[in-house]
Design a protein around this ligand. Structure first.
Ligand code: GLC
Ligand code: CA
Length: 557
């Protein structure tokens, strides 16, 4: 397998709004990030993926961009950005930017022009259609509730917005749009950034004829736009014109991606992207029609799914490994156990299971502390438009009662991931001296950076060790993967193989003791364990225990 730096790197995602506020306005900012680079260095990560910091009216917290080449006022200035970039580089940390080009903000000058008249030069930068019998051009629904089309009085036509009404979709068919995007990307690369995480990039090519989609929930499924007819052409063009000219890493956020599609997006010839984020494992705890539910992620389907991706991309493409990001509730609350008794153990168990797989691991801010979902007392506590809109729409439609809906939204809301980073036990956890834009998780007295840096057995130090191990042992990066015990409902176990070495990973995802047969691994070296690592009692797995054992057959001879 071809060895490259981005396969060996560990990425840390920062959601700037919630990371660290340097000036007391309650909103995290670039200088705040710069002030915490030593913390990230200590954790050992190589790359930061920065959620959007561009100018934005913040309908969707920066995922609605009104100027791709200016910094959001609340986050600072371009000088602050340059300082952050050079301070990061000085510590050997790379910076990957979020690239949001499926849509812009409706306040982007392109859209302001586009909507002004039918014959404006920028009209075709976006997707405009006539209504059908006084209604939307088709039945597509927006990811943030309601139809995906917005009627615009000015020209008596509808524009497409797969996300909020303030996020009109760009028309990638238009080669001028592609040129604008590629030129903008080139300017960022020349500035010295190290790559792109591409927001919903699988949606940029819309299906020909804009046909109605199968209804899921209330509207036509917008996944009809996933992996559209020209998406690979567009990415190949982007690759030729921009990506191939720089030593950068790229990861596509590919809603609706299948294994076969991923093999194309992330093909090892490198004609498109380096890797993609798939979503199947994150949908295993969805409700019947919507993502909203209070379910736990079931282990057997999770093993089946991750194994499918481990085997399917081996040698032909590359996996990204993640359980957390700014759109996902906290994994300890979804897959582990966030009670005092098992929170740290289960956080470490989950981390071991993911970090010992093949692919590039992503750590989302606070994951390295074992952060949990937060507490919402009423709908007024939600800030995220997805949660707020869904709550309103699903109750108004009569599908759910308020009592049904609230716990489901509370469990799955994206705001769970967005509560500010808890740095210490001072007021507002050292995140801000002002009023935080979103309330802190009330458990910050228990879960915070200061405490975990002091404690050798903390989740932080466990992540630090996992990250270190990946740098020491090639088998963790490149080894082949094989699942053991596929039907076991409690144990997630697998073996990695590289040359003469074998790495056995055994994780007990339950709060009861389990049996496991370690024969053959009696002389193996314990790389990491969340208990005492004593394998003399190896046949019994303690609750949420995780262990990785390295067997070097070359050594024995
Ligand atoms: C992606 C982002 C999400 C955003 C959406 C629209 O899924 O991760 O936060 O709301 O795209 O840009
Ligand atoms: Ca601030």
């Amino acid at each position: 397998m071809k060895k490259v730096w981005w396969k060996e790197a560990i990425v840390y995602q920062i959601y700037p709004r919630s990371f660290c506020d340097s000036n007391g306005d309650g909103i995290g900012d670039l200088n705040g990030i710069t002030s915490k680079l030593d913390y990230l260095k200590e954790l050992g990560i190589d790359v930061i993926w920065l959620s959007p910091v561009y100018k934005s009216p913040n309908d969707d917290n920066g995922y609605d961009i009104s100027d791709y080449e200016a910094i959001m006022t609340e986050f600072g200035t371009m000088d602050d950005f340059d300082k952050m970039l050079s301070e990061a580089h000085g510590r050997g940390i790379k910076i990957v930017m979020d690239l949001v080009v499926n849509h812009t903000s409706d306040e982007h000058p392109w859209f302001v022009e586009s909507r002004s008249s039918k014959d404006n030069l920028k009209r075709d930068y976006y997707i405009w259609k006539e209504g059908k019998n006084g209604k939307e051009p088709n039945n597509w629904g927006s990811a943030f509730s309601g139809p995906a089309w917005k009627y615009d009085e000015k020209t008596d036509m509808y524009y497409l917005h797969l996300f909020s009404v303030k996020q009109p979709d760009l028309n990638w068919e238009n080669q001028k749009v592609r040129k604008e995007v590629f030129d903008m990307m080139t300017r960022w690369c020349k500035k010295g950034i190290d790559g792109f995480r591409m927001d919903v990039i699988s949606l940029i090519s819309k299906p020909e004829g804009f046909p109605d989609a199968k209804v899921v929930g209330l509207y036509g499924d917008m996944n009809i736009c996933a992996n559209g007819p020209k998406v690979h052409d567009y990415l190949k063009e982007m690759n030729q014109k921009v990506l191939s000219k720089f030593d950068i890493m790229t990861v596509g956020e590919t809603a609706g991606v299948t294994l076969d599609e991923a093999k194309r997006y992330a093909n090892s010839e490198g004609s498109e992207l380096n890797m993609v984020f798939q979503f199947e494992h994150m949908n295993l705890d969805s409700g019947e029609k919507f993502k909203w539910s209070t379910k736990h992620i079931p282990l057997v389907p999770l093993k089946e799914n991750l194994t499918k991706w481990q085997l399917g991309l081996d040698d032909v493409a590359w996996n990204s490994l993640y359980f957390c990001n700014h759109d996902q509730p906290r994994i300890v609350s979804r897959l582990g156990d966030d009670s005092d008794e098992f929170r740290e153990l289960s956080a470490k168990c989950i981390a071991t299971c993911l970090h010992m797989m093949q692919g590039t691991p992503y750590v989302y801010q606070g994951e390295e502390l074992g952060m949990t979902n937060t507490v919402f007392n009423s709908v007024d506590d939600f800030r995220d438009l997805e949660s707020v809109n869904a709550y309103r729409e699903l109750i108004e439609s009569g599908l759910y009662t308020k009592e049904d809906m609230f716990p489901k939204i509370a469990h799955k809301s994206r705001d769970n991931a967005r509560t500010p980073m808890p740095w210490d036990t001072s007021e507002n956890a050292g995140f801000t001296t002002g009023t935080p834009w979103l309330a802190l998780n009330p458990n910050y007295n228990k879960i915070n950076v200061a405490d975990q840096l002091k404690r050798e057995d903390s989740v932080f130090h466990y992540y630090q060790k996992l990250i270190q191990l990946r740098k020491e042992y090639e088998i963790i990066v490149y080894g082949k993967y094989e699942l053991l015990l596929p039907d076991d409902e409690h144990i997630f176990a697998y073996v990695r193989t590289l040359g003469n070495q074998k790495l056995l990973v055994v994780c007990n995802f339950s709060k009861t003791e389990q049996k496991f047969d370690f024969s053959g691994y009696e002389n193996a070296k314990v790389l990491i364990s969340n208990y005492d690592g004593n394998i003399s009692e190896k046949a019994t797995l303690k609750p949420y225990s995780a262990i990785a054992l390295l067997l070097d057959n070359a050594q024995k001879m």
